[in-house]
Write a protein that binds this ligand. Structure first.
Ligand SMILES: [Zn+2]
Length: 208
């Protein structure tokens, strides 16, 4: 244990995901030696992420504006929606260059052990979107979604979430529902799947 502010800082870093006590200490000591301008920049970035980031009212992606860059892009295919767990999964799929549709960010996966149920995820808004009843879409837009790709993680929670949503989507008989093809490492996180594998999984997606 260190004294005062240094220990406070270490404790704060240690609370961040993926940062263990040793890394927290290393970052804190690094900052202790860094230039005041660097600290100011970090402080500004932290303040900006709190005040300057919001969630897209259409797809729930993190966004600077009310409607995210992808939803606002009229060049993208509006008829296909790729359902992902987290906004960071969008970056992964975008990197494949394979997908030109839109997204829907659930904000996690069903996980009964962690008390995460359907109401905790953006599932109702997905159904509204598909049903075309989502209010206040950007001017003139008529949502006409014909395909939904379930791209939740290839682990237990992700699979359970995909099956759950697939069942709900049976209410839309004209809708094509697909799941990323096999070849994805089981038990994995979309974030760690390489681009080629993900690209193949997308193009070879299986109709449910
Ligand atoms: Zn959006």
């Amino acid at each position: 244990m260190f004294e005062g502010p240094l220990q406070d800082l270490i404790d704060e870093f240690a609370r961040l995901p993926g940062v263990g006590p040793k890394s927290a200490q290393r970052i804190a000591f690094y900052l202790l030696q860094t230039e005041p301008e660097d600290i100011d920049r970090l402080r500004a970035a932290l303040a900006a992420v709190r005040d300057g980031v919001t969630f897209c009212r259409i797809c729930n992606n993190v966004s600077r504006e009310e409607v995210c860059r992808i939803c606002a892009d009229s060049g993208r295919d509006k008829s296909t929606v790729c359902v992902v767990e987290d906004a960071k999964d969008i970056q992964v799929i975008e990197r494949t260059g394979e997908y030109t549709g839109r997204y829907h960010v659930l904000g996690g996966a069903l996980d009964p052990l962690a008390n995460i149920g359907p109401k905790d995820l953006a599932i109702a808004s997905l159904l509204q979107r598909i049903g075309g009843v989502q209010p206040d879409l950007p001017d003139g837009e008529i949502p006409d979604i014909t395909e939904v790709i379930l791209a939740t993680d290839p682990d237990t929670e992700g699979e359970a979430t995909a099956s759950y949503i697939a069942r709900l989507l049976k209410d839309f008989p004209d809708l094509t529902v697909s799941r990323l093809a096999s070849g994805m490492p089981l038990g994995g996180d979309l974030e760690f799947v390489d681009e080629l594998t993900l690209s193949r999984a997308l193009s070879g997606r299986l109709k449910l």
